[in-house]
Design a protein. Structure first.
Length: 107
């Protein structure tokens, strides 16, 4: 398919505060599964708004998605999607991050 990875999501979260549960797999670039990826959450949000799959109010949808649960490293990402009059979408990703590890290359 020419893709480095796959980002799959569901709205069947079973938790009222979460709109999506997601998983990211990118074995083509050496990532078996990504714990939490902020930039991966934007496209599903845009898809939900574009195709009317979530309750956007006046063309705006704000929600929380969770990722990393299956690998024991869960994290939440806040997503805001706004639809303009010309049907363009504006996506923002919000959240906090922590350093999982540090490495130094070279001497």
């Amino acid at each position: 398919m020419g893709s480095n990875g796959f980002f799959v999501f569901t709205r069947a979260t079973g938790e009222g505060q979460l709109l999506t549960w997601v998983r990211m797999f990118a074995p083509a670039i050496g990532i078996a599964e990504d714990a939490v990826t902020g930039n991966g959450h934007g496209p599903p949000g845009a898809c939900l708004v574009r195709y009317g799959l979530a309750g956007a109010v006046q063309g705006r949808l704000t929600f929380t998605g969770r990722q990393g649960e299956a690998m024991g490293r869960p994290g939440n990402v806040r997503v805001a999607v706004g639809a303009a009059a010309d049907r363009s979408l504006h996506v923002s990703i919000l959240g906090d991050a922590v350093t999982a590890f540090r490495a130094q290359l070279g001497s």
